[in-house]
Design a protein around this ligand. Sequence first.
Ligand SMILES: [Zn+2]
Length: 230
Amino acid sequence: MKPAQLLLAYQRLVEKERELRDEIERVESLLASDPDVAHGEQALANARAEKQAIQLRLRESDREREAHRTRLRSREKELMSGRIRNPTELIQMNQEVQHMKASFAEEEEAELRLMEEAELAEQAVLEASERLQEARTRSASDEPALRRDLESWQAELVTVKADSEAAWAQVTPAAQNAYLRVRVHPPVAEVDHNQCLACHVTVTSSGMQALRKGDDIVHCDNCGRILVIA
Ligand SMILES: [Zn+2]
């Protein structure tokens, strides 16, 4: 193989190596923590917190209502007892009782709404719990295949690394230096129909001649990549 062809082969192996590393990293992090499961756990925790908050409000509302009911009853008793003779006072107390009854009815309404909310919150907890279970089941069933993929990619990475090292060793020091000096990525570009396929600028005829001979490293005049005929 000519120097530029060796460099292209080396570059392809390096790219393959990077793809494998990315895949391995992706699968490793998926195995460490499945995002669907993590998301499901968070959603369940949120739903439980919401349910607890509503239950707390419901208990407080129960306590308040009980206190108001007791006060209302004692006022009604007083009103009916006949102990109060003063008409103004009677009217006032009657108004107070009516007012208490009205606000008590409002509290009952509010309590009913709160109970509905509590039911919905309970339902949300059940649903979140089901979804989490599904995510866990799916994650567990995906795991063996992921582990198999991981193992085969790890094995492939070892081979590709060895191949890329071997390919690099075949490259002459001059060509290695030329490759390392290219500042754009990837450093080697193929030429097709007299065009650098990386930047699409036409290669000069003298450049094409040198490329066809293939003994020297030829750079693209525009992007600076090392050229190789496709
Ligand atoms: Zn170019």
